[in-house]
Design a protein around this ligand. Structure first.
Ligand SMILES: [Zn+2]
Length: 217
């Protein structure tokens, strides 16, 4: 992600080639392990270990950690970004995928196996409406790396399907969002956990405007 993407919180891949739009909300903002001010992007003489004031712009720099892969990385944040990271750690702003139990083999492949203490793998998920779904005309399937991993809950799907249909059928693109694969611990055959998937999505109305706001090539 470039600086502009970081500012907007929205990344734009080569849309003509992939017909995908990334709607990136959630706790991830900011370049990691960089000694630059998150406001003015001026380089800092010394990476601060705790809250400090930027010597260039005078604004408060906050230090937080965010999950990445199966570990945490330290991040210099604005106060607003820090609040979003805090909210993540408190479990806010997360959309829980359902039906992962039917796709454990796919999740095992994507996560590359189970681990003793489980995984917390940051990735991107694609949302796709399923107009021919027998059980729910609003069904939205969630795919990671081209493999289905579950669905939005019936309630979430009812909220997001109109916006997703508009983006998918009206604009001809699919939406990609940030996701976590979690769970998958393994201590013994009798003591192991299945994988689950969490998504970070803006409100349905914001989803459509974020997709439409992507500048054309
Ligand atoms: Zn600054």
């Amino acid at each position: 992600m470039g600086i502009l993407d970081f500012l907007l919180g929205i990344g734009r891949p080569a849309r003509a080639a992939t017909q995908k739009v990334q709607v990136l909300v959630g706790p991830y903002d900011g370049p990691k392990e960089q000694d630059v001010c998150p406001y003015c992007f001026e380089r800092l003489a010394k990476r601060p270990g705790r809250r400090t004031t930027c010597p260039h712009c005078g604004r408060p720099i906050v230090v937080r950690s965010r999950p990445e892969g199966s570990e945490r990385v330290s991040l210099l944040c604005t106060e607003e970004q820090a609040a979003r990271i805090d909210a993540y750690w408190e479990g806010e702003g997360i959309t829980h995928v359902v039906g992962e139990s039917f796709h454990q083999d796919n999740l095992l492949r994507i996560a590359g196996g189970k681990r003793r203490d489980g995984v917390r793998m940051a990735t991107l998920a694609e949302l796709r409406t399923e107009p021919n779904n027998r059980f729910d005309p609003n069904a939205v399937v969630v795919e990671i790396a081209g493999l289905p991993v579950g669905h939005l809950s019936r309630e979430d799907a009812a909220g997001y399907a109109p916006a997703l249909r508009h983006i998918q059928q009206g604009l001809g693109i699919t939406v990609e969002c940030r996701a976590f694969i979690r769970g998958g611990w393994y201590r013994s055959r009798a003591d192991q956990g299945s994988f689950g998937v969490e998504l970070f999505l803006p409100a349905p109305a914001d989803l459509a405007s974020a997709a439409e706001g992507q500048p054309d090539e």
